[in-house]
Design a protein around this ligand. Sequence first.
Ligand code: NAP
Length: 508
Amino acid sequence: MITGKNYIGNTLKASGKITHKTSNPKLNIENPIPFYEATDDEVDEAVKLAWSAFKDYRKVSGQKRAEFLNTIADQILALDQELIDIYTSESGLPEGRAIGERGRTIFQLRSFANLVSNEDWRENAFDAANPDREPFPKDDLRRTSIPLGPVVVFGASNFPLAFSTAGGDTASALASGCPVIVKVHEMHSGTAELVASAIVKAIEKTGMPNGVFSNLMGRGKTVGKALVEHPKVKAVGFTGSISGGRALFDIAAKRDEPIPVFAEMGSINPVIITPNAIANRAEQIASTYAGSITLGAGQFCTNPGLILTIESNKTQQFIKDLAEKTVAIDAQCMLHQNIKEGFVKQSKSISSQNGAEVVAKITGPLEDNYAPSQILSVSGKYFLANPKLHQEVFGPFSLVVRAKNETELIEIINGLEGQLTGTILAEKEDYSNLHDIIDALENRVGRIIFNGVPTGVEVCPSMQHGGPYPASTDSRFTAVGTNSIKRWVRPVSYQSFPNELLPVALKN
Ligand code: NAP
């Protein structure tokens, strides 16, 4: 049952007076339950509990943490249809997506359980002593990774399960030995509370310390800010807008003790299509990309928002086909009225720029929160001259740029801000000419896709989901896949330590 209260550790509390309600974007109505914003005292209590839980939790064995994560997964599954119903009523996303995203959330939890059931993930290093070394003897040195401390996770609006309360950030932080305090995304507070109840049940069943997890509701500028400023918080995970991520990064940098903020933010995910690929399979590319651009109403950080081509008659025909196929797909409901309004504003701003042409757009009356998909086109010259055209439009939108030649195309890639992904669509006969494009992309993106689509992010050890700023605040780390655990640990070396005093991971 949803109460509208915050979990401060394992206890439901709501001593504040400020409330908000979620909305059902499909029906365009408010959902009935009021949710209570956490007060300053509740924020402080949650962080202090997390800090005291950290003392024990950091020592809990990998096997026990694995059991905890697997029990969270079991408890989420036990929520069954109640979770699916609240998810769809708060997000406007269809039931199939809810079930798919729950599957991914469970998979992530179990993947991290599997990862930490032995100590290899810590990448321990051992250097044996050498008492006979000249001119000085060498000491025994061993290095391991230890958890940072309480982590604040901001729930993402576009992944109410997989990047929210028990999503990838929470799963990886708990796996590493860090307590987690979630700042719920207000748009799906009910979904968050239900998932939090599953985590609390798992804490009780597996005997984890009270405070290892808290779930706080409220606004970013009050609850979110207070959490990031709290001296006992040691790291932050975030998925959302550039302005939100940057604001939190700046707050963290201004603390007496600055802490890392791992923010995954905007990306337009450039796709390069060679003239040979257009000549050989324009129709197939247009169909595949119409699907990728409109997937989930375009509300993915990997949405292909920028398509780079080289000007020709065939390219013009391809752009027309892509646009027609995109707008032939039914309009879909967006996550929230604000996100729909943002989409309309951002797409209008791009279409009003010099040289930008709307090739096709869904017109006619649409239900309130449904997005009119659209494809725009612009020459390379105008694109290069105007950074406004480089901005993300969050929704079913893509801008096709017609470069005059390959030199201009590479200049365009070099001029882009950091991106999560870059994609190359090319033919075998292009291979010997692709090195400059690959070099340019390597400097701008975190993942390069060959003859595929950027949407769809595999959860596995080799995944890189992060890129140069502003795609993320630290391009050395990933937000997806088991490697994301590295965000929450730091290395410590032990020199000349007696075996009995070494941490378990480093003993002989
Ligand atoms: P958001 O506005 O960045 O909000 C994400 C979280 O950060 C929310 O909990 C929010 O709290 C908090 N926050 C935002 N600004 C803050 C600030 N200045 N100080 C403290 N906390 C702050 O993102 P959103 O609500 O998910 O979506 C808004 C827009 O972000 C979208 O329309 C889209 O353009 C973009 N977006 C991009 C991606 C991507 O992956 N590229 C994903 C999601 C969204 P409040 O809700 O209280 O502000």
